[in-house]
Design a binder for this molecule. Structure first.
Ligand code: GDP
Ligand code: MG
Length: 201
């Protein structure tokens, strides 16, 4: 059998794989987001909230939540045949902060999820990525019954740089989550291109 050029074209292209972090306060929808888009069964490390954890895990506003992510959520989504994202949900509680630096290694960018009823719970995540220069996009997860605020109000409350994308989203909806992830990738690529350009004289 003779192998011509055509057979070479059939060789599958190795996709580019990028690592994206999913952060934000406790109960903001990180596990839901990863589960909504992941093509593999999301690997979750949920632990039933124990009595011991109750005074620490602030459940106000998330009363129906009975499990908590102890280590992380992990999922995968193919955005295009040549572009695969690996999603890592960061643990929401302050007592697991020591895992963040480990998770952040090699990340292209991040999604910071926010709940307008408890915006302050996402301040720490915004600070974290700003301080480390990791490009991020804010996804405002719309919860039923949560008041809707204009984008500018949310931006001001989170003290976001004008260049940081902010999108309204629903962490339960695949297409909605995909739009947020595309925004993260685009924002990170624009920023890295700009950083590589020689400074104008
Ligand atoms: N109404 C509504 N509920 C949501 C949404 N996203 C998450 N939830 C619910 O909010 C709770 C906390 O979500 P979870 O993903 O566990 O939050 P995490 O702590 O950030 O991982 C769960 O009961 C979810 O079903 C959303 O967009 N809308
Ligand atoms: Mg979770």
């Amino acid at each position: 059998m003779v192998f011509g050029r055509s057979s070479r074209r059939e060789t599958p292209v190795e996709p580019v794989t990028l690592k994206i972090l999913v952060a934000g306060g406790f109960g903001v929808g990180k596990t839901t987001l990863v589960g909504a888009v992941s093509e593999i069964k999301p690997l979750r490390t949920e632990e039933t909230l124990s009595e011991a954890g109750r005074p620490v895990d602030d459940l106000e506003g998330v009363e129906s939540k009975s499990t908590t992510t102890v280590a992380m959520d992990f999922g995968r989504i193919t955005l295009r045949e040549d572009l695969v994202l690996y999603l890592f949900g960061t643990p929401g509680q302050d007592r697991f902060w020591f895992l963040w630096d480990e998770l952040a290694q090699g990340a292209l960018g991040a999604v910071v999820l926010a709940d307008t009823r408890r915006l302050e719970d996402s301040f720490a995540a915004v600070d974290y990525f700003e301080r480390r220069g990791i490009p991020f996009t804010v996804g405002v997860n719309r919860f039923d019954g949560a008041e809707e605020y204009p984008e500018e109000t949310v931006r001001a409350a989170l003290d976001l740089d004008p260049e940081v994308p902010l999108l309204m989203c629903d962490a339960r909806e695949r297409e909605s989550v995909k739009s947020v992830l595309v925004a993260v990738v685009e924002h990170a690529l624009v920023r890295s291109t700009r950083e590589r350009e020689p400074a104008a004289t």
